[in-house]
Design a protein around this ligand. Structure first.
Ligand code: HH2
Length: 263
């Protein structure tokens, strides 16, 4: 089987890339179905932006945003919910989500009690503060140790499907993001499948500047997104989280069977 592709579907006014586009549930469901038709293996529905500096939303508002969309998609494609709130995760599972994508790496008890999968992602601090001078002694070993520790706790608590994610862009400098990408293979060599999300993130904009030296805008980050997703898949990532599904599915097909890539 090729590496899996998780399509990003943000039902928010303020996400850094698709914010405001899918606030209407019917439009969001249409977009999710289109990603499934393009080959997405999962659609990741999020109702709270985690971009640097983002303000938190209330639980009621987040439920209002994500539940109808999950209900509309779950019969057609596997759905994950991108949330840090236990009650939202639980309600999302009730609506049909079968994977909790948890950037706080704290919700494994909900995954254990509801019998679904769980993603443990690394973040430094909270989205509001995470880019304020992030420092590590050794970013790679600290991030790997953190996610593996959380993944083992989840497994011990009975979660059957556990993913680890280095959290590219979550409290990391450009160099720290690149170091984590360079060492995806080491993380993939451990006991848990690896998920990597680089899609359209700001460090890619800074690495592919415009001729006058400004960071490439979000809409001009496809090549860098695809390049880094392919890089991660070749290094052994079993899933990538992306906005540009069709192009990434093509790349994943070229990369080929993930078991072979990892050996
Ligand atoms: N990145 C974002 C959100 N959720 N989940 C995982 N597991 N890994 C990631 O790298 C990841 C994630 C940020 O991207 P996006 O959802 O497009 O933007 P926003 O947070 O502004 O809604």
């Amino acid at each position: 089987m090729r590496p899996l592709v998780m399509g990003v579907l943000n039902v928010t006014p303020d996400s850094f890339s698709d914010g405001g586009l899918y606030l209407d549930p019917d439009r969001a469901i249409e977009r999710g179905l289109a990603m499934a038709a393009e080959g997405a293996d999962l659609v990741d529905v999020g109702g709270e932006s985690s971009r640097p500096g983002a303000e938190p939303v209330s639980e009621a508002e987040e439920r209002r945003r994500v539940l109808p969309v999950i209900e509309g998609l779950a019969a057609h494609v596997r759905v994950s919910v991108d949330t840090v709130k236990p009650a939202v995760a639980e309600a999302a599972v009730g609506a049909g989500a079968t994977l909790i994508n948890d950037i706080s790496a704290a919700l494994w008890p909900v995954a254990a009690s509801t019998g679904v999968g769980w993603v443990a992602m690394h973040m430094r601090g909270t989205p509001r503060t995470m880019q304020d001078d992030p420092r590590y002694d050794d970013v790679v070993s600290e991030v790997h140790a953190f996610v593996l520790d959380r993944a083992r706790q989840a497994t011990a608590a009975g979660v059957g499907e556990v993913w680890v994610d280095p959290g590219i862009g979550f409290g990391k400098t450009v160099d720290q993001n690149l170091a984590l990408l360079r060492h995806v293979g080491a993380l993939a060599g451990d006991d848990f499948p690896v998920l990597v999300g680089t899609s359209r993130k700001s460090f890619l904009g800074r690495l592919s500047p415009t001729p006058d030296g400004r960071a490439a805008p979000v809409e001009n980050r496809l090549a860098a997104s695809l390049g880094t997703a392919t890089w991660a898949m070749l290094a052994g990532a079993a899933m990538v989280r992306v906005h540009d599904v069709a192009a990434t599915v093509h790349a994943a097909t070229l990369v080929g069977p993930s078991e072979l890539v990892r050996s």
